[in-house]
Design a protein around this ligand. Structure first.
Ligand SMILES: Nc1ncnc2c1ncn2[C@@H]1O[C@H](COP(=O)(O)OP(=O)(O)OP(=O)(O)O)[C@@H](O)[C@H]1O
Ligand SMILES: [Mg+2]
Length: 231
């Protein structure tokens, strides 16, 4: 059964409307969630196939650092409250250590709780933004920007993997600043662990705002799990 068929609040018949005693229809509490989810549904890549089965009980997540796993469990266990508070999470570490898998656990929990989520690798997001400037495009820049700012959770994968230009720095700053101002959640993964390098690549003001939304980055140590799989 999908979220469109039933009311997550248990208050309406799944239509998004409730009838009062006099027979008048009023919007159900679930409508706000539906509207924001509908906005997010058309955005980003969704959970990529490789990460659809991601779970605390399975590898590569199961064997990751218990301290990090505890933080992620606390986040997913209180997903509604954490999103309402505009909290985020930031996973840093070397290639193949499990960062994206951990971030996907949070996005998955948010989607399952009925929140709108936009998942993007940063280079792909920048390409989508560029595309809005082309003629014959269906989405304008301001529509895309508004949706990036309005979605309940923005998941930015591989921050720092983009080619650094002034235009890129400006785009990242605009999105992060807007979400920071309106206290909206962001989940980030990044290979860059050195603060100076990160500031250089992403921009100091953007890094500062991300740090306020996400708190201290969770550092994922270990080997490249993809290599470990193949031998
Ligand atoms: N037992 C396993 N079951 C499923 N996947 C596994 C397993 N062991 C390793 N992997 C692989 O480990 C990979 C590493 O995880 P992930 O992609 O989350 O790392 P990452 O830190 O985001 O890497 P990168 O920095 O390259 O983006 C997964 O993509 C997955 O294919
Ligand atoms: Mg990754």
């Amino acid at each position: 059964m999908s979220f469109t068929d039933f009311c997550p609040k248990g208050a309406c018949d799944g239509s998004g409307w409730v009838l009062d005693e006099s027979g008048d229809a009023r919007p159900c509490e679930c409508r706000e969630i539906r509207v924001s989810r509908a906005k997010g549904r058309r955005m980003g890549t969704g959970i990529p196939k490789r990460f659809q089965g991601v779970s605390f009980d399975r590898n590569p997540v199961r064997e990751l650092d218990p301290v990090v796993l505890r933080e992620v469990r606390l986040f997913t266990g209180a997903i509604d409250a954490r999103i309402a508070a505009g909290d985020g999470a930031w996973f840093q570490g070397d290639v193949g250590t499990g960062k994206t898998s951990l971030a996907m656990l949070i996005s998955k929990a948010a989607i399952e709780a009925g929140h709108s989520v936009a998942i993007y690798s940063v280079p792909r997001l920048l390409a989508d933004i560029k595309e809005t400037f082309e003629q014959r495009t269906t989405t304008t820049y301001s529509e895309l920007f508004r949706r990036l700012c309005d979605v309940d959770l923005l998941h930015l994968d591989d921050l720092g993997a983009e080619r650094r230009t002034d235009w890129v720095l400006e785009q990242l700053y605009s999105i992060v600043n807007e979400r920071w101002q309106s206290e909206r959640s962001i989940v980030v993964t990044s290979n860059l662990t050195n603060l100076d390098e990160l500031r250089e690549q992403v921009g100091a003001r953007t890094v500062s705002r991300l740090a306020e939304i996400c708190g201290d980055p969770l550092h994922i140590m270990g080997r490249d799990l993809r290599m470990a799989r193949t031998g």
